[in-house]
Design a protein. Structure first.
Length: 317
């Protein structure tokens, strides 16, 4: 059976205290890492969605501005300018479609890369967004807003294209002097412009609601992060108290296992020194104190046996 020394007891105490400290540190590191990872994930999800929503709104504003410019062109020679603006308008539609589909499908999905025969993703790459703006998981409510925005925007496209087409016809008719037809087309164009404006405003409103939904969703996520942080803090405090309590209890146990035999050994030694050789120790420890107690017991027994023995005319007392 291995002998337990005082050094081994103290070393055991230090090892246990160290292990508990390590456990506490690991819990703290894991907790902080979890909070940091969750916060980073929240930021990484929120920012790309907000960016796509804002840029989709900018695309709508650009399209509206182009329509306004088309309506300001009143000369027959301006038809070429309308064609240029028409190309810019189509580009604004592609940009809107690109950002909204990124929200609905996810910028890294195969569905997004194959959307519109690959044209959408090609535009995404041309804008330098591939690998830079990454959207993976989007809450269902936000996707529903994006789908509704596309629905209203499609109506807007139909009426906006009709406005441009009518303006080109009006300019051609001005050259021929057919004012009756122009008047009729202008009436129809006014109605188309009104409808285009209506659906444009509806799309903008939906995108605003989408942005608010994103903010609400990630604000809730931020609250969950704070709640998790508070929970981890409480857990660490609890574990700290448990570790301190255990160290105190174990320290008291080790202290008593060392001090009690020493006190008893001191008392018995004093008794023997005063001539009371019948005093015996009851220490059963296997450490240095136990061995010292065994030596003292042996010495006491030997002295007790020699008590009164005559050695060469001298009596051992």
């Amino acid at each position: 059976m291995a002998t337990k020394t005082l050094g081994s007891k103290i070393l055991t105490t230090l090892i246990i205290a160290s292990l508990l400290s390590i456990v506490l540190a690991i819990c703290g590191i894991l907790g902080v890492n979890h909070v940091a990872r969750t916060a980073n994930m929240t930021i990484n999800q929120r920012m790309p969605i907000m960016k796509c929503s804002m840029r989709a709104q900018n695309a709508i504003l650009l399209g509206s501005s182009i329509i306004d410019q088309v309506l300001l062109l009143q000369q027959h020679d301006d038809i070429d300018k309308i064609r240029i603006l028409e190309g810019k308008f189509r580009n604004s539609l592609i940009i809107f479609d690109m950002y909204i589909k990124a929200i609905i499908l996810g910028s890294e999905s195969n569905a997004f890369k194959k959307s519109s025969g690959g044209l959408t993703y090609a535009q995404w790459e041309r804008n330098g967004l591939a690998g830079l703006v990454i959207i993976k998981q989007v809450p269902l409510k936000i996707k529903e807003f994006a789908k509704e925005a596309i629905l209203h925007h499609n109506h807007y496209i139909k009426y906006a294209k009709e406005v441009i087409r009518t303006q080109k016809r009006v300019l051609r008719l001005k050259f021929s002097g057919n004012f009756e037809e122009i008047k009729k087309l202008k009436t129809e164009q006014a109605q188309d412009t009104k409808m285009a404006t209506h659906y444009n405003e509806m799309t903008n409103e939906i995108l605003k609601q989408l942005s608010l939904a994103v903010s609400r969703y990630f604000n809730n996520a931020s609250k969950e992060i704070m709640d998790t942080q508070d929970l981890i803090l409480k857990l660490l405090v609890t574990i700290s108290f448990v570790v301190i309590f255990f160290c105190i209890i174990f320290g008291i146990f080790i202290s008593r296992s060392i001090s009690k035999p020493i006190v008893e050994l001191t008392e018995v030694t004093e008794e023997i020194a005063n001539g009371n050789l019948s005093k015996r120790l009851k220490i059963k420890s296997e450490d240095e104190i136990g061995r010292l107690a065994d030596c003292l017991l042996y010495t006491s027994d030997a002295a007790d046996e020699l008590d009164g023995v005559d050695l060469g005319g001298r009596r051992i007392i």
